[in-house]
Design a protein around this ligand. Structure first.
Ligand code: ADP
Ligand code: MG
Length: 690
C-alpha cells in the first residue's frame, strides 16, 4: 500500500484534477500534506445548550419546538420563528426565506439550530442560522469539535471537511511512520504523529481548544518540533555537504602585519578574536562558511581585509560583494587605501560600468591580474570568470538571498574545490532566529566597538522646530564637522523622494549660504552619485542631503550630526543603520529624528527605542517584536525558511530543543534524516541544492 505521503489528494473522493489544482495553492499535494493543513478554529456542535442559558455572542447548538413562525413587517420583511425548550424561548430570524421554508417550520416541529446568538429586536435571536427540522429523529450530535479550515476559492469548507474525514480514515488504516524516535517523544511527553493529527482535526469537547490554537498543546507541539527538526536537519545536511567539499588551504602571512602596522590604530580585541576564527577556518582544506556579526561601526571591513590578505598571500583571488554601488564603493575606497601600498591590485565591477571598463575588469579577473574584485551583483553574472577565486566576502548578507551567495561561490568552483565564504552583517539577528536563518554558517561576533566611540545622543523632535535644527547644522559645520540630512521615502516613489531631497537642498542652501551642500539620491547617474559622495567624504562639502540610499556602509568619520526627516516612516533597523553613519570618529555625535504630524503608537515606540538605546541587538529584538520575523527578515530570507506549522515567534522556545533532537537523529537514527527532510521541506527548498 502507498504511504499517505505518496498518495495524491486525487485518491480521495471529491478531489478531481480541478480541486487538486486548487489545493496546490494551499501547498497541499498529498494526503499527508492535507493532514498537515490544520484547522484555525473549532466549533462546538457536540452538546445542546438549554435555551434559558444562552448568552449573546455564543456559537451554540440549541434544540426546541417551534412555537410560532410568522412573517413580520418591521423595517424589513422577515420570517420570525420562535422556538422553546421549556427553559426559555429564542427566535430565528430570516430576511431571505421561501414559502417552503416557512411551511417547514410549522408549529410543533422539532428543530435543531446552530449559530451565533445575538441580542435582537425580539430578545435573543439567531440570524440566518443553520438548522435542521426533525423528520422522525434528529441526527446524532457530533462527537468531536468541528474543525474550520482555511479554504480557498473552489474548495469550500464542506469539501475540505469531507476530504479531511477521508484522510483521517486513511490515517487510521495506515499510520504514517513516526520519524521522531520514541525516546525523544517520551522524554518530552509528546504524542505520536497519528495521535497528534487525530487530536488536531477532531478534538473532544473537553479538550483545551485555546491551547490547541495557541500552539501550547502537546499535539501541536509534536508537529512544530518535528517540522523544526526537519529544517535543522536540512540545514545540517546542507552544511555537511558543503563541508565535505574541498577548499584551498590558506595560511596567514606577513602581509597582514604590514597592513596593520600602517594603520593609525590597532585592532580591537573582538576584531582579533574574529580574525583568529577566520584564520582557523582558512587553514582547513574544507570551505569556510562564517558569518561575522558586528554592530554598525564595529570595524567589519578591516576584518574582511585581513581575511582577504590570507587568500592573496596564497595566490588566490578575493571577491567582495555588497548590495549597493554606494556600499561597494565605500569598500573599494577602503581596500584601495589599505592594499595599494602593499602592491595589491584591486578591481571594480558594478552594473553601471561602461563597456570598456567592464571588458577590462573581466579580462583582469579572468587572467588573475585582479587580486581583489569589489562590486555588486555584477560579480556573479554569466560573463564573469575568475582565474583562482579563493575567498568570497559578502557584506550585508540580509540583502542577498542564499541563492545569490551560492551563485558567487559557484564562480570559483574548480572541480571539487570551492572558495571559502565570509559573510558580514550589521543586522544582529537574535540567536534563535539566527539558528533558522543562518543555521548553516558558523558565527563570530564583533562585540566591541573601537575605543573612543561615544554613544550617539538622539533626540526626537517635531517638524515645527526645523529652524532650530538648521541652526544646529550651522553650528556643527562651522566647528569643522559635517552633517547628513536624510529625506525618507515618500509613497514608495524614488522620483518623489529624489524631488524631496532636491527641495531640501535648495531650502538648506538658502538658510545656510555659508555652507556647501551636496546631494545624492537613487535616481542620479552612478558616476554623479559617486562624485558627490566623494566630495562629502573628502570634506569638500559640509552637508550631505541624501535619500535612504546612504543607509548602508557609508563611512565618513568627520560627520557627527545626522538629521532624519519623517523618521516616523522608517523601521527600527533602517533607523539604526542610518544613525550608524555618525558616531564613527572620536567626536561626540548626534542624531535628530524629526517627525511630522501625529505619531501612531508604534511610530512613537520606535522613535523612543531609538532615543533610549544605541545597542543594535536591543534594537533588533524590539524590531522583531514589533514586526514579527516574516517582515523583519524580508521576503528573500523568509522564502528560504517557510514553515508550515511552526511559527518562529510563537514557537521560538522549541528551536533549541529541535536543534538538539536533530543532532541526536543524525547520530542515532541516520535513516530518519531523508524521510524527515522529504516530509517537511518542499522540493526546491534551498537545503536540497548543496
Ligand atoms: P562596519 O562594521 O559598520 O562595517 P567599518 O568597517 O566601516 O564598520 O568601520 C568603521 C570605522 O572604524 C572605519 O572608519 C574604520 O576604519 C574604523 N575602525 C575599524 N577598526 C578600528 C579599530 N580597531 N580602531 C579604530 N578604528 C577602527
Ligand atoms: Mg560595513
Amino acid at each position: 500500500m502507498k504511504s499517505l505521503a505518496e498518495t495524491p489528494v486525487t485518491a480521495l473522493k471529491g478531489a478531481g484534477p480541478r480541486v487538486a489544482e486548487r489545493l496546490v495553492r494551499l501547498g497541499i499535494h498529498t494526503v499527508e500534506d492535507l493532514l498537515f493543513h490544520l484547522p484555525f478554529r473549532y466549533e462546538d456542535r457536540t452538546r445542546i445548550v438549554p435555551i434559558g442559558a444562552l448568552r449573546p455572542e455564543q456559537l451554540v447548538v440549541v434544540e426546541g419546538e417551534v412555537l410560532a413562525a410568522d412573517v413580520v413587517f418591521g423595517r424589513r420583511r422577515s420570517l420570525l420563528c420562535r422556538i422553546g425548550d421549556g427553559t426559555g424561548v429564542v427566535s430565528l430570524r430570516f430576511y431571505h426565506f421561501s414559502a417552503a421554508q416557512k411551511n417547514n417550520l410549522e408549529r410543533g416541529a422539532r428543530v435543531r439550530v446552530y449559530g451565533e446568538v445575538r441580542a435582537g429586536g425580539s430578545g435573543l435571536e439567531f440570524y440566518h442560522p443553520e438548522y435542521e427540522v426533525a423528520r422522525g429523529t434528529l441526527a446524532p450530535l457530533e462527537k468531536s469539535l468541528s474543525p474550520i479550515y482555511h479554504a480557498t476559492e473552489g474548495v469550500q469548507q464542506r469539501l475540505m471537511r469531507n476530504l479531511m474525514a477521508q484522510a483521517l480514515t486513511l490515517l487510521k488504516q495506515q499510520p504514517p511512520r513516526d520519524l521522531l524516535p520514541s525516546d525523544v517523544l517520551q522524554q518530552s511527553s509528546l504524542p505520536t504523529l497519528q495521535t497528534a493529527l487525530q487530536k488536531l482535526h477532531t478534538p473532544l469537547p473537553d479538550d483545551p481548544v485555546d491551547m490547541l490554537l495557541a500552539g501550547e498543546h502537546p499535539a501541536v507541539r509534536r508537529l512544530v518540533i518535528e517540522e523544526m527538526v526537519a529544517h535543522q536537519l536540512g540545514m545540517l545536511s546542507k552544511r555537511a555537504g558543503q563541508k565535505a567539499q574541498s577548499a584551498p588551504v590558506m595560511k596567514p602571512d606577513g602581509l597582514r602585519k604590514k597592513l596593520l602596522s600602517a594603520l593609525p590604530f590597532s585592532l580591537t580585541g573582538a576584531q582579533q578574536r574574529v580574525i583568529q576564527d577566520i584564520d582557523g577556518d582558512l587553514c582547513q582544506p574544507s570551505p569556510m562558511l562564517r558569518l561575522v556579526q558586528g554592530d554598525v561601526g564595529s570595524g567589519k571591513t578591516l576584518v574582511a581585509a585581513c581575511a582577504a590578505l590570507n587568500a592573496i598571500a596564497n595566490g588566490y583571488q578575493v571577491a567582495l560583494m555588497a548590495p549597493t554601488e554606494i556600499l561597494a564603493e565605500q569598500h573599494l575606497r577602503n581596500f584601495l587605501h589599505w592594499l595599494t601600498p602593499l602592491n595589491i591590485r584591486v578591481t571594480w565591477l558594478v552594473g553601471s560600468l561602461g563597456q570598456k571598463a567592464r571588458r577590462e575588469a573581466y579580462s583582469d579577473m579572468a587572467d588573475g591580474t585582479a587580486q581583489v574584485v569589489v562590486g555588486t551583483h555584477a560579480l556573479f553574472q554569466d560573463a564573469v570568470e575568475f582565474n583562482q577565486l579563493g575567498l568570497v566576502i559578502i557584506d550585508e548578507q540580509h540583502r542577498f538571498g542564499v541563492h545569490q551567495r551560492l551563485a558567487l561561490r559557484e564562480k570559483g568552483r574548480r572541480g571539487e574545490e570551492v572558495p571559502h565564504q565570509l559573510v558580514l552583517t550589521a543586522t544582529p539577528i537574535p540567536r534563535t532566529l539566527a539558528m533558522s536563518v543562518y543555521g548553516d554558517l558558523d558565527t563570530s561576533v564583533i562585540d566591541e566597538m573601537p575605543p573612543g566611540r561615544q554613544a550617539i545622543d538622539t533626540v526626537v523632535i517635531g517638524e515645527a522646530r526645523r529652524p532650530q535644527i538648521v541652526e544646529r547644522i550651522r553650528n556643527a559645520c562651522l566647528q569643522g564637522t559635517q552633517a547628513y540630512w536624510v529625506c525618507t521615502l515618500i509613497e514608495e516613489s524614488e522620483a518623489l523622494q529624489a524631488q524631496a531631497a532636491e527641495d531640501t537642498v535648495q531650502a538648506l542652501q538658502i538658510a545656510l549660504p555659508e555652507l556647501t551642500i551636496e546631494l545624492v539620491h537613487g535616481r542620479m547617474k552612478p558616476k554623479q552619485k559617486a562624485e558627490h559622495m566623494a566630495r562629502f567624504a573628502n570634506n569638500e562639502a559640509h552637508v550631505l542631503v541624501a535619500t535612504t540610499v546612504i543607509e548602508v556602509g557609508v563611512d565618513v568619520p568627520n560627520a557627527t550630526l545626522m538629521v532624519i526627516e519623517n523618521a516616523e516612516r522608517l523601521g527600527l533597523s533602517q533607523l539604526h543603520q542610518l544613525r550608524g553613519r555618525v558616531g564613527r570618529g572620536a567626536e561626540k555625535s548626534y542624531c535628530v529624528l524629526m517627525y511630522s504630524g501625529r505619531l501612531s503608537e508604534t511610530a512613537q515606540r520606535r522613535l523612543h527605542i531609538m532615543r533610549d538605546t544605541n545597542d543594535g541587538f536591543r534594537i533588533a529584538e524590539e524590531d522583531l517584536k514589533l514586526r514579527g520575523p516574516g517582515e523583519w527578515l524580508g521576503t528573500r530570507q523568509t522564502g528560504d525558511m517557510a514553515f508550515r506549522i511552526a511559527d518562529l515567534m510563537r514557537d521560538e522556545a522549541w528551536l533549541e530543543p529541535a536543534r538538539d533532537t536533530a543532532e541526536v537523529i543524525l547520530k542515532k537514527y541516520p535513516n530518519h534524516v531523508q524521510p524527515l527532510v522529504k516530509r517537511w521541506l518542499r522540493e526546491g527548498d534551498d537545503y536540497a541544492d548543496v
